[in-house]
Design a binder for this molecule. Sequence first.
Ligand code: NAD
Length: 432
Amino acid sequence: MRIAVVGTGYVGLVAGACFAESGNDVVCVDKDETKIRTLKRGKMPIYEPGLEEVVRRNRAEGRLTFTTTLPKAVRDSQVVFIAVGTPQGEDGSADLKHVLAVAGEIAKAMNGYKVIVDKSTVPVGTSQKVREVIRQNTTHPFSVVSNPEFLKQGAAIDDFMKPDRVVIGAEDARAQEIMLELYSPFTRTGAPIMVMDCASAELAKYAANAMLASRISFMNEVANVCELVGADVDQVRRAIGSDRRIGNAFLFPGVGYGGSCFPKDVQAMIRFASDRDYEFKILQAVERVNQLQKGRLFTKIKKHFGNLKGKTVAVWGLAFKPKTDDMREAPAIPLIEALLNAGVTVQAHDPEAMKIARGLFGSKITYATNNYDALKGADCLAIVTEWNEFRGPDFERMRSLMRSPVIFDGRNLFTPDQMKQSRFTYYSVGRH
Ligand code: NAD
């Protein structure tokens, strides 16, 4: 099939590369000229494990191309995906300006029947809005499909190639058939393709992210109570996770959720419910708990040291989660800002997010080339992202580099026993 994917970000680039990998001819479109130039040079604009290889292979075989010219890409394609950003607007709602602008551009370029697929995360009713914009700008026949994306950054290629399920909101048989054909290579292992109405497909994406965010905030509150009553959140987690109704995934307390999805999608869901006079009370609490959790590591550091002025803090991990360079809404940002405001010198290291961090903090912090260098002369270490490479460090070496052996572990990478043996003062989340 000939496919255009408009928006070559974390979702669009992965989707485009994976559709090419399954034999389709894909053109990825983005208005960001630097991004397209980078891709044409064979370089990746983002860090995502395995992506570069898939892109390289499919470019070499001529199935994957990149352009800033949308009209030709649309004319040459049967299916056009919209995968542009839907950032949080000032009132918390999803800002649809990019989606609707692209819909208008697609319509003006159409030269025959097209399936226009919305892959961006959008509130219920957006497929209807996209339909109206297209209708106003073309006389050609078309179908609008809602196909929310559930991939996780850091495991995006795997998630796309082997999805748990594919959700398709399609309200006509012709579009349904095309979508089923397109996705059949990805669901050979038995994952279901769920065809439903557009409103349900659109809502399913928000409900999934809201549920996952709720689990995180719930466990963060359980951890906070553990700290007060002398319980161990790891034991509590194991005890409840083994209940099949609950399950083990997504029960890890930490420094609060970040990224480009959970925070904005929780806000958007609260907002589109309130637009219909419904107060989504649980999600309001999920959001509030998350804000508070993002401040807890700093509070612990402040409580330990009292006056922080003149102290040096090493920070391990800047990306909002491991295996990505993405720092959107990363918990490291408010922590570093609070430390800087308190007069602290911050020495940070992240395996992939240093370039993005430089753009955010410039010369306000120092960037260590590896995790040990970040510890030189530090009064303590704050662990913010659970990169695998931080899990088994040489504690003796760490002690010898630091001014004082104190660790604030926001991700429970080590055990309190291990830390006692290694003679560290150790603060973690929900454990003693
Ligand atoms: P992103 O910011 O990484 O990429 C969006 C891209 O769209 C950018 O490259 C931007 O230049 C481009 N763009 C914007 N307007 C354009 C236009 N008019 N023409 C051409 N290109 C344009 O965003 P993302 O993280 O890939 O997310 C895209 C959508 O997918 C969002 O709605 C998001 O909520 C959703 N989503 C994201 C993830 C994720 O893990 N990042 C997962 C599932 C769903």
